[in-house]
Design a protein around this ligand. Structure first.
Ligand code: FES
Length: 513
């Protein structure tokens, strides 16, 4: 049953994204003690709800277990660009996976955009879905060369792309290409529609249920949320990355991307989706919310737990001011994504567990497309149907040549943090040395602690050792969270898990404050 009183959708950080004020209706349900489900899905973001809806509409009895509330993770923090070109570029995919796979990838993007449109129409979801052109532009000789290669490889893959004399914005450029067949939407409005359709079809959702363990047999999966247990035939981790220590801890690296939503003093809002070629690149688009246009600009990414969020926001604001007549910065937020070692997502059956557990992860910055594909592929696999993209995104694929360099780099980084963060810890002589609304990992009275002070002067002390694999967390002042530099685990100021592979809270430590 749906609760009619939607409140603003909470998210995994302190900052409010442009989508959250929309709110989302939450479902309430009470499965019977002996209920057995065809499919249990952990996570009520876009991946989980697409999977749940596609299965429920095929007559499967589904249960969605959401640790917080729908859209709490990256679905509430995305900028919702819908593309058939990706962070893994077509020249890279051609080189690592072959021309045929590049063409398949292009078709998968088209199909995902088509699926979003189809579901929005079928269930009358008013999610501001709009077909768009996209412009990618270069600003120096090296970028010009890469842009040409991208256009040629994209064309070979069957993508609708051509050279363009304009770049859809007033930002100076040297060369530009225009992609047809792209789109944008409002992710929380869309997710809300999926939740409602799922519920109308008889699906069950429980919020506030963090999956802490699974156990499989030949016939079933038992899913534990603390002491509560749920039973079903199949289980799907639609949790951005499957929890615990598994192959994905080593094959995916966590990044944070930054976003501002600004008003302009003039009406120079781009009508298209816009991308430059910087490293990391900037991405822009316009969205109208309650009659007000916002220019949404993203970029300045860095690995989670690395970099300085305040510097990223400053750089993003400086970028906006350099190219637009900025009125005000109405929104600023950040969001997490996982990059896979070979650039493509892992979608499908997880190894072991009697073949009963499925997932989708490693979406890079293309979460709305690959999340939708997760729903399409995983539902087909569970229903025993062929899916044309299952092999390309198979989590068990081995691509050593494509993977090797990134793999070594990411693992070296994890190992570095595991060791180095233990050595260098500053001493905190007195709690008054800590600023309000700030947190630091310090040596306090001989103990290594993650200490946070709120604006009232209340101090919370936690063990800084991440409960996933033992790295040391660092404070993200902008989102007021403790972020782990190794695999992207994130915790709130009380130590509760809010995202990533950890399943247990950071330990609270008593200190005399
Ligand atoms: Fe893996 Fe913290 S997320 S050690």
């Amino acid at each position: 049953m749906i609760d009619d009183h939607a409140s603003p959708a909470p998210r995994d950080g302190e900052r409010v994204s442009a989508w959250q004020p929309e709110g989302i209706k939450t479902a309430s349900a009470s499965p019977g003690a002996g209920d057995f489900f065809d499919v249990i899905i952990a996570g009520a973001g876009l991946s989980g709800m697409t999977t749940a809806l596609l299965l429920q509409q095929q007559g499967k009895k589904c249960l969605v277990l959401e640790a917080s509330s729908p859209g709490f993770g990256t679905t509430g923090g995305t900028t919702a660009h819908l593309n058939n070109f990706f962070d893994a570029t077509y020249p890279e995919v051609e080189s690592d996976f072959g021309e045929e796979s590049a063409a398949l990838l292009a078709r998968s993007g088209n199909d995902a955009i088509g699926m979003i449109k189809t579901l929005a129409e079928k269930y009358a979801i008013n999610c501001d879905f709009e077909p768009k052109d996209a412009y990618l532009f270069s600003q120096d000789e090296q970028e010009n060369k890469e842009l040409d290669e991208m256009r040629e490889a994209s064309q070979r893959a069957g993508v609708e792309v051509s050279e363009s004399a304009e770049n859809g914005t007033s930002i100076p450029f040297e060369k530009a290409i225009r992609f047809g067949g792209q789109a944008q939407f409002h992710p929380i409005k869309y997710l809300k529609g999926l939740v409602e359709a799922f519920s109308t079809l008889g699906g069950t959702m429980l919020t506030g249920k963090l999956v802490t363990a699974t156990e499989t047999t030949d016939n079933e999966v038992t899913v534990s949320c603390g002491d509560e247990k749920f039973r079903g035939s199949h289980f799907v981790y639609a949790t951005h990355i499957p929890p615990g220590i598994n192959q994905f801890s080593f094959k995916c690296a966590p990044y944070r991307s930054y976003v501002i939503g600004i008003t302009l003093k003039d009406d120079n809002y781009p009508a298209s989706l816009i991308y430059d070629m910087k490293e990391p690149y900037h991405y822009l688009r316009t969205h109208e919310i309650d009659g007000q246009k916002y220019l949404i600009i993203g970029g300045e990414d860095h690995k989670t737990g690395h970099g300085d969020p305040e510097e990223s926001f400053k750089a993003l604001t400086a970028f906006a001011e350099a190219h637009f007549q900025v009125g005000k910065v109405a929104f600023s937020w950040s969001s997490q994504y996982y990059s896979s070692v070979d650039g493509l997502p892992y979608i499908g059956q997880m190894a072991g567990d009697h073949g009963r557990i499925f997932t989708g992860t490693g979406f890079n910055g293309n979460g709305m497309i690959f999340g939708t594909l997760t729903g399409m592929i995983v539902s087909d696999l569970i229903l025993g149907r062929e899916n044309p993209y299952a092999k390309l995104f198979d989590p068990s694929r081995i691509k050593p040549i494509a993977s090797f360099t990134e793999f070594v780099k990411e693992q070296a980084d994890v190992a570095y943090h595991f060791v180095a963060d233990r050595i260098a810890t500053e001493k905190l002589p007195d709690l008054s040395d800590l600023a309000p609304n700030d947190g630091r990992v310090v040596d306090y009275e001989g103990k290594k602690l993650a200490i946070y002070k709120d604006d009232q002067g209340n101090v919370t002390a936690l063990s800084p050792t991440c409960t996933h694999a033992g790295c040391i967390v660092s404070f993200n002042k902008f989102e007021q969270t403790w972020d782990c530099p190794c695999h992207g685990g994130r915790f709130d100021i009380d130590g509760r898990v809010i995202t990533g592979p950890p399943q247990k809270a950071l330990k609270q430590i008593n200190i005399d404050a």
